[in-house]
Design a binder for this molecule. Structure first.
Ligand code: F1P
Length: 339
């Protein structure tokens, strides 16, 4: 739906939202797979934009740990299907009176998760045809950013800042169209991955979960082993893996971490690693021997994780098609993990 003003944002979370959001001091996010990566992005946003502390945990582990629940905790689940057994089990494990409410960010209105939560944000991505979540992820991120702005407003985030970020969100359709137009060059790039057995994805800051999601997509649909690291962690181990047989994919928006990222990329290049960089056209990441650059449009900083996800999804898609795997029905995976 349309978001006209900062004040109307809260309507997207249901009628109980005003009373519950008023009491929120901290947020606990729980989800699996792709949805978990969306939660990781949201944590950066919540702490940075709204100043609200946030924890994120995989739902498959959540209930096997004793939690100290801070007073005023909003419990947020994220799920495409709303039927993921681990996410549902985590939701049912929230008896502490310190939880002020349970919010489901979900794509399926008629799901168990939606029924059992007092607050709901519907992502309205439409049916996901394939097993691997794609449009579910980008719409989850959009919903999570709206949540951050809504909670931030309760905490005194000023409307001018909120308007600014809403302005960024309104640019999303156009930016995603521009990135989709890179499909052909990305297809060309994908040829370099077909015969490979391993890949590394690098990102820094809020782009680290984007790198994780890029690696997950490649694993899920092309069966190539892929790992993601925050680029600064390279020197603490994974650099030992880098050689000319290990393609390294990186996302490089024009943000304050760019220079640090560039020096991490040089560390890779110095070990013979072949680099594939999705870089802001103003980031001046130079093509060269072993450095392949795909120019991205200039993207406003807050929405950059949403936009940079798309080329990584396209890359996995093309690698999978070239390898002849079933993109929609990967082996061993189910759309909805109900047991
Ligand atoms: C979680 C998830 C998906 C993944 C696959 C298996 O599902 O891990 O992210 O792509 O479909 O399940 P959900 O809780 O978001 O429906």
């Amino acid at each position: 739906g349309r978001i006209d003003s900062p004040a109307s944002l809260i309507d997207a979370f249901g009628e109980k939202a005003p009373a519950i959001f008023d009491r929120v001091k901290t947020v606990q996010i729980v989800a699996c797979g792709t949805s978990y990566h969306a939660g990781m992005v949201a944590r950066y946003w919540l702490e940075d934009i709204a100043g609200i502390p946030c924890q994120v945990e995989v739902a498959s582990e959540f209930r096997y740990r004793n939690h100290v629940v801070p007073e005023g905790t909003l419990f947020v689940t994220i799920s495409q299907s709303g039927e993921t057994a681990d996410t549902l089990a985590a939701l049912r494990d929230t008896q502490s009176p310190n939880y002020v409410g349970r919010l489901a960010i979900c794509n399926v209105d008629s799901s168990s998760l939606v029924r059992e939560s007092e607050l709901v944000f519907l992502t309205k991505a439409g049916p996901e045809i394939g097993v691997a979540s794609t449009k579910a992820f980008t719409t989850q991120l959009t919903g999570l950013l709206m949540l951050v702005l809504t909670l931030g407003r309760q905490k005194g985030l000023d409307d001018a800042r909120i308007e600014g970020i809403l302005g960024e969100l309104r640019q999303l359709p156009n930016l995603i169209e521009q990135v989709s137009a890179l499909d052909k060059p990305i297809e060309k790039l994908s040829e370099a991955f077909v015969e490979k057995h391993h890949t590394l994805f690098l990102g820094r800051g809020v782009q680290f979960p984007v790198a994780l999601e890029g690696a997950l997509k490649l694993k899920e649909i092309s069966y190539i082993h892929a790992e993601a690291y925050p680029a600064g962690e390279l020197k603490h181990g994974p650099l030992a893996l880098v050689d000319s047989d290990m393609p390294v994919v990186s996302v490089a928006p024009n943000d304050e971490l760019l220079e640090k990222l560039k020096s991490n990329l040089q560390e890779v290049r110095a070990r013979g690693g072949e680099l594939y960089v999705f870089a802001d056209k103003n980031a001046h990441v130079k093509e060269g021997e072993g450095i392949h650059v795909l120019n991205m449009p200039a993207v406003p900083e807050t929405i950059a994780p949403i936009v940079y996800t798309v080329p990584l999804q396209l890359l996995s898609y093309h690698v999978a098609v070239l390898r002849g795997t079933d993109v929609d029905q990967p082996r061993n995976l189910a759309k909805s993990v109900t047991v």
